[in-house]
Design a protein around this ligand. Structure first.
Ligand SMILES: O=c1ccn([C@@H]2O[C@H](COP(=O)(O)OP(=O)(O)O[C@H]3O[C@H](CO)[C@@H](O)[C@H](O)[C@H]3O)[C@@H](O)[C@H]2O)c(=O)[nH]1
Length: 455
């Protein structure tokens, strides 16, 4: 067999593209050729944000297929996006693979797909190609999804995913309890969207059975009880650019690298890093309370204010805010987050608790302030606050708002009360040891590479 050729297919969302790209780059480093298939919409953004950079090696090719939506249509409408993906992408992917297979050197030997694009596993099997499912979120979430039939039997949800009982659900006595109201599909959009997403999850559960491997961006040190209950899933994380001594690739937006020079000028462990991933949206009141809360801490802060974090972002700040925080507060539209979190000046991370942000903070020993927005982020908050005890959750007041006083008080509590930083450093050491040759994630990854290279 010549050089193995992997086709990698992410779900089209920032928190899915980045970790699969990281996995792809690690495979390339191990002598495997990778073709990375983004949607056309994402491909354009990723390539644009890469311009002038030399982070994509020769053995990695970036290609695209359409997602079925027009360029102007709203890709944050997860119902619509999910429907068109399932309708349009399978035939496009199959055609792409057939074309590649016409050439002996381009022949696909293995397909790795995000679990949420489970239909690709079917195509791989049909074409006689090895099939791998990649799970980019907490393993606990996949375990819960695979238990949907039991949730229905127990009357917690009905057969269309509607929550019938509000209760905590625990799959085993050692696993995290999840509030049924925070089930993944139950917090995305309106009832129609939730139904479409739930249906897609059922389909993905079925296709997952076709996977030769299920690998995840987690580690045994973070979720041991899940991997005991669910031995078929192998953790290979955390997948971080620093592990291969490179820069993160796959951002949708150009990074403000200058913020690293700004961090260089700050005192050690003095800065609040604030970032909410790629989906979170704030209304005007909440946005302003956050701004005022950060201002009231009197600490330096680096706040990632994505262009669409709130409506009319430029005019959304409280009156005089930018002038008052000058020099102390740095506003950035998209930061090199992994590098930021590894910077010695960072004291804590105010985060929406997306899984990538969670493991990036953990891998750098940074304590968290948790402000989950939707989907799996509530479970990730429980891990951070209740299980690993490396952070504090922000609570809403009687008006359903996280008020400026709450932001200020919790940040002060986090950085002054002894224990959070110590536990965060302890967890970091455990998680990073997993990546060593003799660590759990390290061994799993090496076995995986061997399997891909085997005839
Ligand atoms: O200024 C920024 C902000 C973020 N990031 C990166 O963007 C990624 C964001 O991923 P994540 O923290 O997981 O958040 P989302 O983009 O919101 O990810 C989606 O996908 C995740 C994985 O399934 C889920 O856990 C989240 O809930 C879901 O919203 C991370 O790698 C960050 O380092 C940057 O590079 N710069």
């Amino acid at each position: 067999m010549g050089i193995p050729h992997v086709l990698a297919i992410p779900y089209p969302a920032q928190g899915h593209v980045l970790p699969l790209m990281e996995l792809a780059l690690r495979l390339v480093k191990n002598g495997i050729k990778v073709t990375f298939v983004n949607t056309e919409f994402d491909h354009k953004r990723v390539v644009e944000s890469l311009s002038g950079e030399e982070n994509v090696p020769d053995m990695m090719h970036l290609v695209s297929v359409p997602d079925g939506l027009e360029s102007w249509e709203d890709r944050n409408d997860l119902g619509k996006l999910t429907k068109t993906i399932f309708r349009v992408m399978p035939a496009k992917l199959e055609a792409l693979m057939e074309k590649m297979n016409e050439s002996e050197t381009d022949k696909i030997t293995c397909l790795i797909t995000d679990e949420s694009m489970g239909w690709a596993l079917e195509i791989a099997k049909k074409m006689g190609v090895r099939a791998v499912a990649f799970w980019p979120a907490a393993a606990a979430l996949l375990a819960l999804l695979l238990n949907i039939p039991k949730l229905i039997d127990d009357g917690i949800i009905d057969s269309s995913g509607t929550i019938m009982k509000k209760q905590m659900v625990q799959l085993s006595s050692t696993m995290l309890a999840v509030d049924s109201e925070h089930f993944l599909w139950a917090s995305v959009g309106n009832a129609t969207t939730q139904g479409i997403v739930f249906d897609a999850m059922l389909k993905n559960n079925r296709t997952l059975k076709m996977a030769d491997w299920i690998i995840g961006n987690s580690s045994n040190e973070l979720e041991a009880s899940v991997f005991t209950l669910f031995p078929g899933m192998l953790p290979i994380g955390p997948l971080l650019a620093s592990n291969r001594l490179g820069k993160s690739v796959g951002s949708y937006w150009p990074e403000d690298s200058d913020c690293l020079a700004w961090l260089d000028k700050q005192l050690v462990q003095s800065v609040i890093c604030v970032a909410f991933g790629s989906f979170t949206v704030f209304d005007q009141t909440q946005f302003q309370e956050l701004a005022l809360g950060l201002e009231r801490t009197n600490m330096p802060f680096l706040w990632v204010v994505r262009r669409n974090l709130t409506a009319e972002t430029d005019n959304a700040y409280p009156k005089g805010f930018k002038e008052r925080i000058q020099g102390r507060g740095r506003l950035s539209s998209w930061a090199p987050q992994q590098q930021v979190l590894s910077h010695p000046s960072v004291a804590c991370f105010l985060s929406h608790c997306g899984w990538n942000s969670t493991i990036e903070g953990v891998s750098n020993g940074v304590p968290f302030l948790c402000w989950p927005y939707f989907a799996d982020q509530f479970t990730n908050r429980s891990y951070i606050c209740d299980d690993w005890k490396v952070g504090l959750g922000l609570e809403k007041d009687g008006n359903g708002i996280i008020a400026q006083g709450e932001v200020k008080n919790k940040i002060e509590q986090l950085v002054t009360v002894k224990g959070y930083k110590e536990r965060a450093l302890d967890l970091k050491a455990k998680v990073m040891s997993s990546l060593r040759e003799d660590g759990c994630s390290g061994k799993n990854f090496n076995n995986f590479v061997k399997w891909i290279k085997d005839d």
